[in-house]
Design a binder for this molecule. Structure first.
Ligand code: PLA
Length: 414
C-alpha cells in the first residue's frame, strides 16, 4: 500500500511536457555550461567591464555603505513600495520640471524591475481598459513582452518597426500599421535603446507618433529599461517620454534600474501612470496595490534603498550619472571597434550598422545558421535573431569575435 502510494506521487506530473528554453536566458545558460576558455557571452544584456567582468558601480557601493552604517531593519515595504524611491524614479523619468508641476497626479508603484513594470501595467490595462482593447508591439521586440501580455490576457498585435534591407527603422510601415490600429489601443514603445534592433526613432518621428497617438486616443506604454544607455545622458534618453507628457498625453511608464544602476538581481523598478488629477491618481494607486498584493505582496527592499540613496544624494547622483556615461561610452567604443575590425579583416559585408545602432545591442544581420556555427565552432554565444549584447565585447575579445563573424559570413549572403 505504502509502495503504491509512493508510485502514485511520482506520477502526478507525468503529463507535464518539457518546456522550451527561454530564447535569451536559455542561451546565457548554454554559455555558462560551456567549458571552453575562449567562450564569449554576447547573449544577455548585462553590462561587463573591459575585462569581461560584471560591474558593481562605485555609486552603488557607496549607497550600500550608507545602508550598512544606518543599521536598517528588513521589515516589509508597503505594497506600493518605498515612496521616496518611487518619487525619485518618477522625477528621473519625467524630468524635474514636469514633476514639479504634475508630480501629484502621477500614480507610481515600485515593481519587480522592468519585467514587473510591464506585467503590472498590462494587468492593470486588462482590468480597467474596455474589453477587447489590444496591445500593439513593435516587430521585433523583447520576446518576453509577448509572454507577459499573453499571461495578462491581452490580445497582441504587431506594428512594423525594422526594415532588414536598410537595417534601420521602417517608419512608413510603422505609421501605416498604427494608423490602422483601433482607437484607444495600447501601444508599446521602447523609450530608448530599442531591444533587439538598436534602432531608435528620431525626434521628428516621435513627434509624428505623438500626433497620431493624440488623434487616435492611444495609450502609449513606454518601456524604459535602458535610460542612459543610448546617449550616456539620462535626460536625453527620456526625450520621447517627455515629448508625450509635455503635451498632456496620459502615458504609462515602466522603469528598470537593472541596467543603468547594474542592479540586475535586485529587481528594482517603478511603474507609473499619468493621471488627470490627484484623486484619479489615488484611485489608480489603490488598484495597483490590489493587483500587486497577490502577485508579490511587497516589493524587494535593498535595490530600492540603493536607488533611492543614489537618486536623492546630490554627490552620489553626480557620480552615478558619470558612471552611466562611462558604460554607454565603452559600449559605443566597442561598436566602432567591432565594425572597424571586420572591415580591416576584409569582410565583403557592410557592418557599418553595428556602429550606427545604439544602446546595449546590435542587430548584426547574421542568420540562425551563422549563429549555430558561431556557437559550435567559436563558443561565441548570441541570440538566434542575430542580436549581440555589445557590452560582452572588450579589447581582449573583439578581434576574436570579428574574426569569427568574418569566417562564418565571408562566403555567404547576409
Ligand atoms: N524591457 C526590455 C526592453 C528589456 O530588454 C528587458 C531586459 C526588460 C524590460 C526587463 O528587464 P528587468 O526585468 O531585468 O529590469 N532584457 C534583457 C534581459 C537584458 C532579459 O531578457 O530578461 C535582455 O537580454 O534582453
Amino acid at each position: 500500500m505504502q509502495c503504491l502510494r509512493t508510485l502514485r506521487y511520482f506520477s502526478v506530473w507525468s503529463q507535464v511536457p518539457m518546456g522550451p528554453a527561454d530564447p535569451i536566458l536559455g542561451v546565457a545558460a548554454q554559455f555558462k555550461a560551456d567549458p571552453s576558455t575562449q567562450k564569449v557571452n554576447l547573449s544577455i544584456g548585462a553590462y561587463r567591464d573591459n575585462e569581461g567582468k560584471p560591474v558593481v558601480l562605485e555609486s552603488v557601493k557607496r549607497a550600500e555603505q550608507i545602508i550598512k552604517e544606518k543599521k536598517l531593519d528588513n521589515e516589509y515595504l508597503p505594497v506600493e513600495g518605498l515612496q521616496s524611491f518611487i518619487d525619485a524614479s518618477i522625477k528621473l523619468g519625467y524630468g524635474d520640471a514636469y514633476y514639479a508641476q504634475n508630480g501629484k497626479s502621477i500614480a507610481g508603484c515600485q515593481v519587480l524591475s522592468g519585467t514587473g513594470a510591464v506585467r503590472l501595467g498590462f494587468e492593470f490595462a486588462k482590468k480597467f481598459l474596455p474589453q477587447g482593447t489590444k496591445v500593439y508591439m513593435p516587430n521585433p521586440t523583447w520576446p518576453n513582452h509577448h509572454n507577459i501580455a499573453r499571461m495578462a490576457g491581452l490580445e497582441i498585435l504587431e506594428y512594423r518597426y525594422f526594415d532588414p534591407k536598410t537595417r534601420g527603422v521602417d517608419f512608413s510601415g510603422l505609421v501605416e500599421d498604427l494608423s490602422k490600429a483601433q482607437n484607444g489601443s495600447v501601444i508599446l514603445f521602447h523609450a530608448c535603446a530599442h531591444n533587439p534592433t538598436g534602432c531608435d526613432l528620431t525626434t521628428a518621428q516621435w513627434t509624428k507618433l505623438l500626433d497620431l497617438s493624440k488623434q487616435k486616443n492611444f495609450l502609449p506604454f513606454f518601456d524604459m529599461a535602458y535610460q542612459g544607455f543610448t546617449s550616456g545622458d539620462v535626460n536625453k534618453d527620456a526625450e520621447a517620454v517627455r515629448l508625450f507628457t509635455n503635451q498632456g498625453v496620459p502615458i504609462v511608464l515602466g522603469q528598470s534600474f537593472a541596467k543603468n544602476m547594474g542592479l540586475y538581481g535586485q529587481r528594482t523598478g517603478c511603474l507609473s501612470f499619468v493621471c488627470a488629477n490627484q484623486s484619479e491618481k489615488d484611485k489608480v494607486v489603490s488598484q495597483l496595490k490590489l493587483l500587486a498584493r497577490p502577485l508579490w505582496s511587497s516589493p524587494p527592499l535593498h535595490g530600492a534603498r540603493v536607488a533611492d540613496i543614489i537618486l536623492n544624494t546630490p554627490e552620489l547622483n553626480q557620480l552615478w550619472l558619470s558612471e552611466v556615461k562611462m558604460m554607454a561610452d565603452r559600449i559605443q567604443y566597442m561598436r566602432v571597434s567591432l565594425a572597424n575590425t571586420l572591415k580591416n579583416l576584409g569582410s565583403p559585408h557592410d557592418w557599418s550598422h553595428i556602429s550606427k545602432q545604439i544602446g546595449m545591442f546590435a542587430f548584426t544581420g547574421v542568420g540562425p545558421d551563422h549563429v549555430k556555427e558561431l556557437i559550435a565552432k567559436y563558443h561565441i554565444y548570441l541570440l538566434s535573431s542575430g542580436r549581440i549584447s555589445i557590452a560582452g565585447l572588450n579589447e581582449g575579445n573583439v578581434k576574436y569575435v570579428a574574426e569569427a563573424f568574418h569566417d562564418v559570413t565571408k562566403n555567404t549572403k547576409l
